[in-house]
Design a protein around this ligand. Sequence first.
Ligand code: CU
Length: 281
Amino acid sequence: MTAIKNEDFQGEAQGLPILNYDNVIDKEVEVGLGPLHTQFDNKGNAYTTLFIDSQVTKWNLETGKVVDKVEVAYSPGHLTAVEGDTANPGGQWLVSLNKIAKDQYLSVGPSHPESMDLIDISGEEMEVVANAPSQPEPHYSQIISADKINTTEVKAKDEDRKNSIWSTEDAHIEREGDVVHVYGVALRSRFVFDAESDTPDVVNVREGDTVKFHITNIDRDEDITHGFGINGYNENFEIQPGDTRTLTIEADKAGNFPIYCTNFCSALHQEMTGYLMVEPN
Ligand SMILES: [Cu+2]
């Protein structure tokens, strides 16, 4: 492809420049019916989905000739190859993101799941090695090398973080007028809201109070996430290992409301409970 030159322009329409097609075309490739999206490998080939033909076609960028085609099920839109739209494509795998599953799976109603085909593109010929259902309208996904993913394993133990406490002995409840602050911890397998309280822990408030639960997950192991749900108040959130989160509720319903860990953290996670007691006015 060469740079666009002045003589390539052949006028304008509604303020937009018009390019002369024959001057700027590199090549035309007869890939098949309904070409939609294209990805690349590391050997100079492109892969284009064919919506109407229900195929993925492989063609050579240099020659513009089709090298291979495979059937997919059915009507692919987007496709994604390993880093297949970057300057350094991987060239191992490609996933065809199909729009229509039709007869692929057991019918679950008028709307069926969509489907994906996993295609090995490492050889000269493509090979479909797996098919799986997917959520409707698969679009613009990316496959990237796993060594590029660096996740946070646990949140750093930040002694200065506001509202965090790091041991069960520091758990306590403070009242400021009609606002009640609960400085608590979650650990396998209990909540501690108040170091002085018995098990299960109880938070006593009055109807009309605002209650702020500041809960720190002091289990600092990867993937030990705790949940925090309050029955009757329709609240539920997660606390990642080492993190502190605050839940604010208006205690506008009197009664006794169980609090429980809603994220499996050990075989005793259902024992991980407490109570919010709201005394009526
Ligand atoms: Cu838990």
